[in-house]
Design a protein around this ligand. Sequence first.
Ligand code: SF4
Ligand code: SF4
Length: 343
Amino acid sequence: MQSAGLTQVVTENELIAVKLHFGERGNTAYIRPIFIRRIVDELKALGGRPFLTDTNTLYVGSRGESLSHLETAYRNGFTPYVVNAPIIIAGGIRCSTAEEVTVSGKHYQSVSIAKELLEADALIVVSHFKGHDLTVFGGALKNLGMGCAVRKGKLSMHSSVRPFVTEERCDACRLCIRWCPTEAITIDEVAHIDPEKCIGCGECFPSCPQKAINISWDSASKETQEKMVEHASGVVSHFGEKVLYLSFLTQISPSCDCWPFADAPIVPDIGMLCSRDPVAIDSASYDLVNQQLGLADSRLGKEVSAGEDKFIVLYPHSDGMVQLKHAESLGMGTRKYSLKKIK
Ligand code: SF4
Ligand code: SF4
């Protein structure tokens, strides 16, 4: 953190938002609180006043509103005794307290970002780098874009996701119903999705064991990634130089930490990255994962050689480069990077 320029980000007595993901209840791949403690201690040593923060989720789960979100964070070990900092769930109890930030995007001219986050003086973005069913991978850009937006913004980012059921595959097992936050799914002989009720949260399709629920992957993933990046651009422009990014390349699961379980890692642990550039840190994380040997005993389903793209094997229908290219085109950073190894 010092090497990446922490002292230019943190000033004495300033409020520092440490944006992270506390892990869904039952998940075991999220970043361990003991690492967050070390980050908090560094910020305090410089005179900063850090707090840990995240926004509530769109879907049904243990972080859908602020009370259960806080309880989940405590259960997962993020207590003041461990992390040495308070937790503030940004966006209020129902994830609706926001400020509009002006952006110059393809989809938006302004984005709704959680107010408590924007009220901080500086931002430390701590991301667990891993795969993601809709956006291919999740790193700093996703932590910023989806993670700092309030419900209105999250809904808008998912608006291109329109799931449909392939009836021949559906055996009416009812598993998908559990995950739908809007009761859009009904079952008779097969599942049906009510397009009027569906908010496109995307929780149903990975939950179906028969792969009966699908979306038009190309367009949905591309548009969601672009919209996510434009939300991220609002956060980045608001904080200017007062942002630092950390990426944890540990327990690199095929899906995100929003699931109440963690699938086997797709590659061995790599380490941690720190940068002032969200595009560079995500690009380097992506490349480092792909430089590893892909583990056969994971959702990859086979040994994938070092150098081969693991995310294409996992998500052949989508292109994760969309988010990096779009962020670069918006001037948020560069995909070119150099790695400095710290021992
Ligand atoms: S049907 Fe729509 S709202 Fe329900 S889980 Fe699926 S994507 Fe989300
Ligand atoms: S989880 Fe899949 S197979 Fe089961 S009811 Fe839903 S769509 Fe059908």
